[in-house]
Design a protein around this ligand. Structure first.
Ligand SMILES: Nc1ncnc2c1ncn2[C@@H]1O[C@H](COP(=O)(O)OP(=O)(O)OP(=O)(O)O)[C@@H](O)[C@H]1O
Ligand SMILES: [Mg+2]
Length: 159
């Protein structure tokens, strides 16, 4: 994927340095928006104060990619345009939050039985990035939220 190639280039140029999550996510969402032109209406709110470690940035991009792809595939079985909101921000506790929300039908009662791998993958990728994934599903759509606590800050609290 192009966004991944760009990321590897950036990591090679600045080894070990934190990466602006917003830049990477903008690339990921741009590629999917292009591929799904006419099927989605994308709104993005990507804050620029979300620097994350090189280990976290790739899985977070993959999560956004899978959640957006899921929305396109499953959110509107009637074929209507899918409204997608992709956000990243730093909250009051310095937790980095990444969210993909759609305006579709929400998850079926037992999505684990669908035979798909995507939701499981999202959980695993979130753990790999050092955080956890939450799925908030309702009549107004599905919201995938990943939170990455700031480890340095929690160390400060312990001290
Ligand atoms: N945004 C969504 N809106 C409605 N239903 C969803 C959404 N995302 C996932 N689902 C439901 O959850 C199921 C499991 O999703 P998952 O991503 O694990 O599998 P998949 O997309 O069917 O297959 P795969 O990801 O392996 O290609 C889907 O089959 C679908 O029924
Ligand atoms: Mg999927």
């Amino acid at each position: 994927m192009l966004a991944t190639a760009d990321l590897h280039r950036a990591l090679a140029l600045r080894p070990g340095q934190n990466i602006h999550l917003s830049e990477h996510l903008r690339r990921v969402t741009g590629i999917i928006a292009l591929a799904c032109a006419g099927r989605i209406l994308l709104h993005q709110e990507l804050a620029d104060d979300c620097a994350v470690s090189p280990e976290a940035v790739l899985p977070l991009g993959q999560i956004v990619s899978e959640a957006m792809t899921n929305a396109v595939k499953h959110a509107r079985p009637d074929g209507d345009l899918v409204r997608l909101v992709v956000r990243c921000w730093r909250d009051d506790l310095d937790t980095i939050c990444v969210e993909v929300a759609d305006n579709g039908c929400g998850l079926a009662p037992d999505p684990a039985n669908s035979g798909g791998l995507g939701l499981r993958l999202i959980r695993q990728l979130a753990r790999k990035a050092g955080g956890a994934a939450e799925f908030h599903s309702g009549d107004d759509g599905l919201r995938v939220l990943v939170r990455l606590p700031d480890r340095n800050l929690s160390t400060c609290y312990v001290i």
